[in-house]
Design a protein. Structure first.
Length: 302
């Protein structure tokens, strides 16, 4: 088991409600329950799969440890900080209202500007830690992130308990196969219904299976595709960066309608890896199908 340097500091667990994150939570509770303060936060974006919300609720009940659900309170004034509001399974937003408010302030996020995780997950969590516990800037506590050793390229400056243990997707799957409940999603679905960071194969599979999940990004592109916050636009121009409109969500600046065109007749569907770790690389129309831009089964805040 991983040994932390100071056994008195509280643990902040960024809980994504993915199976890897939940496995890490179980492991930390087994090791440190009653020995450290363990703060568990789940940030809801309003575009999570319903199964994700149900899984988060079951984890709290089964592990017998509180998981605080937060959502972003967005100040529309530029460069004004994001606050948090506390919700629960019943009151959690499911229609993307806050997500749209963020877009109406800053513009559409994509792989070049990945600020939705920052503004809808990281910032409200940090605001909660600061206002409720007096903790900030990762000082005086540990930030624990559920990333496996087979996701090692995603590691930053925080604490990743599963990596030194050599935990892989196979280990996580084995753990959940022996539990009384699981995240009832296929591996390629992920927590966010349509996250632009997903591999192309996953998108084309999901468009064929659940096209209605893409109604939200399609509507946002039509409404905000030609918008960038004026303050940010001025900053980019001073830096000599050219902004090309319209701005869309998906790789190579494809919009949702273009993704739907790619999905027509597509049959090389994504494999459900929630029971194993097999995958293969292939191409369609010049696009690498399995490049994920950092999004595997969940959206981690760091």
């Amino acid at each position: 088991m991983i040994k932390l340097k100071d056994d008195k500091l509280p643990l902040f667990i960024s809980f994504s409600a993915g199976e890897t994150s939940a496995f890490m939570l179980w492991l930390m509770l087994e090791k440190y329950r009653g020995k450290r303060e363990i703060i568990v936060l789940f940030a809801n974006t309003g575009q999570e799969n319903e199964e994700t919300l149900e899984f988060a609720k079951k984890c709290e009940e089964h592990f017998n440890h509180p998981i605080t659900w937060v959502e972003a309170e967005i100040n529309m004034e530029y460069r004004k900080g994001i606050k948090h509001r506390v919700v629960n399974f019943e009151t959690a937003e499911r229609n993307g209202k806050t997500f749209e408010k963020m877009i109406s302030k800053l513009g559409i996020p994509n792989v070049e500007n990945q600020y939705c995780t920052r503004d809808l997950k990281q910032y409200p969590m940090e605001h909660y830690l600061k206002t409720v516990y007096g903790l900030k800037d990762n000082v005086g506590y540990y930030t624990l992130i559920g990333i496996r050793v087979d996701e090692i390229d995603r590691i930053g400056k925080y604490t990743y308990p599963l990596v030194p243990l050599g935990i892989t997707k196979k280990h996580v799957n084995h753990f959940w196969e022996n539990m009384p409940f699981r995240l009832e999603l296929k591996g390629y679905q992920g927590n966010c219904k349509w996250c632009y960071k997903k591999a192309l194969r996953k998108h084309l599979t999901l468009i064929n299976e659940t096209p209605e999940f893409y109604d939200f990004p399609k509507r946002m592109e039509k409404k905000y595709g030609n918008f960038v916050n004026p303050h940010r636009l001025e900053k980019l121009k001073k830096e000599g960066k050219d902004v090309k409109f319209p701005i869309n969500f998906f790789r190579k600046n494809m919009n949702t309608e273009q993704m739907f065109e790619l999905a027509k007749g597509f049959t090389d569907f994504a494999h459900d890896d929630s029971r194993d770790t097999n995958y293969q690389i292939s191409l369609v129309n010049g696009f690498e199908l399995d490049v994920s831009n950092g999004c595997v089964e969940s959206c981690e805040i760091y």
